[in-house]
Ligand binder design. Sequence first.
Ligand SMILES: Cc1ncc(COP(=O)(O)O)c(C=O)c1O
Length: 364
Amino acid sequence: MKGRLAPRMVVDGRPVLMLAGSNYLDLSGDARVVAAGEEAVRTYGCAAGGSRLISGNLDLHEAFERELASFVGTSAVLVFSTGYTANLGVIPALAGPEDVIVSDALNHASIIDACRLSRSSTRVFRHNDPGDLARVASGLSGFRRRILVLNGVYAMEGDAARLRDLVPIARSYDMIVLLDDTHGLGVLGPTGRGTVEYEGGMSVDIQIGNLGKALGSFGAYVACSETVREFLINRARSFIFTCGLAPGPIGAARAALRILQQESWRRERLLDRARQLREGLDEAGFDTGTSTTHIVPAIVGSEDAVMRTCEAALRKGVYAQGIRHPSVPRGAARIRFTPMCTHSPEEIETTVRVFAELVQRSPR
Ligand SMILES: Cc1ncc(COP(=O)(O)O)c(C=O)c1O
């Protein structure tokens, strides 16, 4: 691939429609976002230059954290280098061998790794299933802390966490709720504040958000109380023993955050395109599973069929990503479509047509 992430790109020398990235709101190459990244580099240089606990704490980090906290609606935010390291830092800081983590079956790999690193007991409940969560929660006794960990939008399914059903159960069992809203932030909810807003403002204790998806930059953050922020600064090893996030990505994400608040058309159009795509794929006989958001899978089953179809589609000018085990369970390989707000309805029609021609009918 060459050039900026965009709805239309050149891949292997061929023009293609790009439906395989996380640049959902097409902000990564936006001139205002690029200029803000450049400006931050001119002012601060290319690196933070050290751990934030040593010499790498810039006023830029703290100003951005205040802006993010006011956007997300929490009293504090702490920026991490990536979403992966945010989970690896936060979960083991909160939970140890005397605690239990209750984890959705389809949580992201970084959460699974973080649970292992924490040496806590882990219980897994069926994906997005309140009945199963209640069953698991009712069997917990003798632990110091109980922590429910969810994704906001599940990256391979495209469904949103049923917070309205799950959070009250967690509360009734005195659980801390941690939500990784990597894919929901900036897209879901009337003002783009993510899955919490989309689900009617259900309160969670800690949210993890990402700067590298809808915000088109790089990095991640934890939104929480001042007390938890202070605790993480001193206890989250992936925060302490790593370099502070570089100025360029912060400057870019800061501009993107302002733009997404001013330009609601981006998320509205994105969700429209995703709906059109889902309906088109459904009509063509694909199984789009439980998707309701801007991530749309077509579940095919066979890994070979998925990879062959995606390669053939690329030759015909559409890039969607084939997803196999271990990203999804065996036998559930899928084509994963991630449209952007700047795809036209005609381009979505083309996408459906290309895939429908390649796979007459997918097995359900
Ligand atoms: C739910 C979730 N959490 C964390 C991550 C990791 O984020 P990052 O790419 O910033 O490490 C991802 C990656 O897509 C994700 O889907």
